[in-house]
Design a protein around this ligand. Sequence first.
Ligand SMILES: Nc1ncnc2c1ncn2[C@@H]1O[C@H](COP(=O)(O)OP(=O)(O)OP(=O)(O)O)[C@@H](O)[C@H]1O
Ligand SMILES: [Mg+2]
Length: 342
Amino acid sequence: MIEFCGVQKTYTTGNASITALQRIDLKVNEGEIFGVIGHSGAGKSTLIRLINLLERPTEGTVKVSGVDLMALSENDLRQFRQHVGMIFQHFNLLGSMTVAENIAYAMRIVGQKSAQAIDARVDELLELVGLSKHKHKYPRQLSGGEKQRVGIARALSNHPTVLLCDEATSALDPQTTHSILQLLRRINETLKLTIVLITHEMDVIRTVCDRVAVIDGGRIVEEGAVTQVFLHPQHPTTKRFVQEAEGAHDAVVWGDNAAPRGGLYRLTFQRETVHQPLLSRVARSFAVDFSIITGRFGAIKSEPCGQVVVRATGEADQVQGALSQLAQAGVCVEEVSDATVA
Ligand SMILES: Nc1ncnc2c1ncn2[C@@H]1O[C@H](COP(=O)(O)OP(=O)(O)OP(=O)(O)O)[C@@H](O)[C@H]1O
Ligand SMILES: [Mg+2]
């Protein structure tokens, strides 16, 4: 659906230049929710703005549905932009217009003329985002979450195939964030819309995304399925994001001398292994004790999963036997040197 190939973006102001993105290769599949996570200044907004050519790449190509955006004429580009909706951190609503007028305006500027058709579409969109009774209010009369719902309705007004979200929940409290993310999920599922979402919060990624790219200093340092990246982060930046999301800053070594001796192992439970009493079963079959050092359980999007770090004590062959039985049952077993979650 979206393809970046060797993309570089350099901003030049006066005689200073800043390379915001370097050698970006990226593919977003049709119908998925793709997340991009990175710290402030990493290049997230630049990246997302290349998808509707609000910014032009200095080098490389960006294709959407197979079309090279740089090759489009002004006219074709205007047409193309209708297929890409965008929502923003600060909503960007027009304060002098009502909710209905804000949405209608987005349809008028692309040439929709029939007042009746526009009004019918506004009603349909307000129903979709759960704001029907706020149709004639002004933005200042709405909460942040409601404003973002208007932003979403407006972005969907011209039936886009791609929705871009630039920190769409960063200005919202956790509960409102959750409800907006659930709305995005519902839209993705019911309208089969491809969503690209940028954020600096791993929790946002975990709640809604299918795949994620981690961006650091203008480069993509890690990319993959959210389950994989969340449970087995490789790059230090990714590990930090996961630890932040888990509130795991302090869960470092439990290596004081009072602790029993024995190796530390990280056990990851996914799919059917989540529901089975595997740890107690292997402890019964082998002469092994497990002490749980740290752990996290929950869902990544809709998939339940769990990860614990355990200290295994017992004779070496017994420990090995227990660990291979866990691995055979489908648990991912890794020996680790400290107990940090990631
Ligand atoms: N129009 C511009 N002109 C010059 N430099 C720019 C411009 N836009 C962005 N930059 C620079 O490019 C880099 C990446 O900026 P970008 O806005 O993409 O970061 P970001 O990841 O979205 O950050 P944040 O999380 O703070 O929004 C920064 O160093 C920024 O200063
Ligand atoms: Mg930004």
